[in-house]
Design a protein around this ligand. Structure first.
Ligand code: MG
Length: 367
């Protein structure tokens, strides 16, 4: 099987809540997503998606994804889409870095591998654990009382794990954590994700002020070294996210005892192939994971579900159903949240059928 054509589509994904806000006053109203379609000489077609969290979260942005695809698409024509390790090595030779650019291609090729073998991607990644897996709900940054009052609504939707967006003014963040923690019920879990927003001394103040609160602390500061310093002085369970952007950083974090949980995002690592490698390492080493992406619609949500559902239950801390946050459906067949939980499709490949009328005309067409 050989790749004969690559097309890309740009799609806007507005939010049910109007906007999503996190540390440092950053926010996004409409997500800029790119869908990748890969056609082969076998007649099979695969789909992937890449959707950065705006241009200021990771070194990635929507226009960059499409510019990178324009560069890379001609290089993968004629390659096998189902020899995924070889394909990823080829992409790395053709384009240094830019893992998010490769993510949509890699995802589309996993879809093709599943269709070619008539197996769901979840099976190809090791097989599903249980009936479904657990999700968290991100609580967009607002005033402390507004964030606390949002917990009940999300609980009514079935969520039992809540990720609080902090990383703002330390005094307000202390209130955010305290007021939301007061709403948390037995069996639920609370994460305070600062998204690199605190300086080291601010992080030190916040974590000391909430020392008695049962809360996970995620990515308090910008650099790995700052986070490691905070990690060593607190007793809260600790999560790293933005700093763990490669297998080498994951290995370093493990060696330093820098985290109890790591957040693995598909596009941050460069696709399903790279996330699988990191996931399997974490399982071997006893590091629990949040498995998700930076953002996305139905196709990314489907890919997340295949990865999360094939991860041992006790090692999967949480995952995300991004397609429930956005107002536009870009594919039929995507998994839908049920009681705060999700399950991977049992159809071949990713199990999604893109809505071509929603995707519109391609912005890139290389054959
Ligand atoms: Mg995070």
């Amino acid at each position: 099987m050989k790749i004969t054509r690559v097309r890309a589509f740009q799609v806007d994904l507005p939010l049910h809540e109007g906007s999503y806000k996190w540390s440092g006053g950053k926010s996004v109203d409409v997500f800029d997503s790119t869908v990748v379609e890969i056609t082969t000489d076998s007649g099979l077609t695969g789909f992937g998606e890449v959707c950065p969290l705006g241009p200021f979260y990771l070194p990635a942005f929507g226009g960059g994804a499409r510019a990178g695809l324009k560069e890379l698409a001609p290089q993968i024509i004629g390659q096998s889409p189902i020899y995924l390790d070889q394909l990823n090595r080829h992409m790395d030779r053709c384009l240094k870095g830019h893992p998010y650019v490769k993510s949509g291609i890699d995802m589309a090729c996993w879809d093709l591998l599943g269709k070619a073998t008539k197996q769901p991607v979840c099976t190809l990644l090791g097989g599903r654990y249980g009936e479904d897996f657990v999700l968290y709900r991100a609580i967009s940054q607002q005033a402390p009382d507004a964030m606390a009052s949002n917990v009940a609504g999300y609980r009514a939707q079935g969520y039992r794990r809540f990720q609080l967006k902090v990383g703002g003014d330390p005094d307000v963040d202390i209130e955010r954590i305290r007021q939301v923690a007061a709403e948390i019920q037995p069996g639920e879990k609370l994460v305070a994700d600062a998204n690199t927003g605190w300086t080291q001394h601010e992080a030190a103040r916040v974590v000391r002020a909430v020392a008695d609160v049962d809360v996970y602390i995620e990515q308090p500061c910008e650099t790995y070294e700052e986070c490691l310093t905070i990690r060593k002085r607190i007793t809260h369970p600790f999560v790293l996210d933005e700093n763990i952007d490669s297998f080498a950083m994951l290995q370093r974090g493990y060696s330093d005892g820098a985290m109890d949980v790591v957040n693995l995002k598909i596009s941050k690592l460069g696709g399903i192939t790279r996330l699988r490698q990191a996931r399997d390492y974490c399982v071997s080493m006893g590091i629990a994971m949040t498995i998700e992406d930076s953002w996305g619609g139905d196709i990314i949500t489907a890919a997340i579900a295949h990865l999360a559902h094939s991860t041992p239950t006790e090692m999967l801390f949480t995952s995300t159903d991004f397609n429930s946050y956005v107002t536009v459906s870009i594919a039929a067949g995507a998994p839908q949240r049920n009681g705060g939980r999700l399950s991977a499709s049992e159809q071949p490949g990713l199990g999604v059928e893109p809505r071509m009328d929603v995707l519109g005309q391609p912005v890139l067409d290389v054959s």
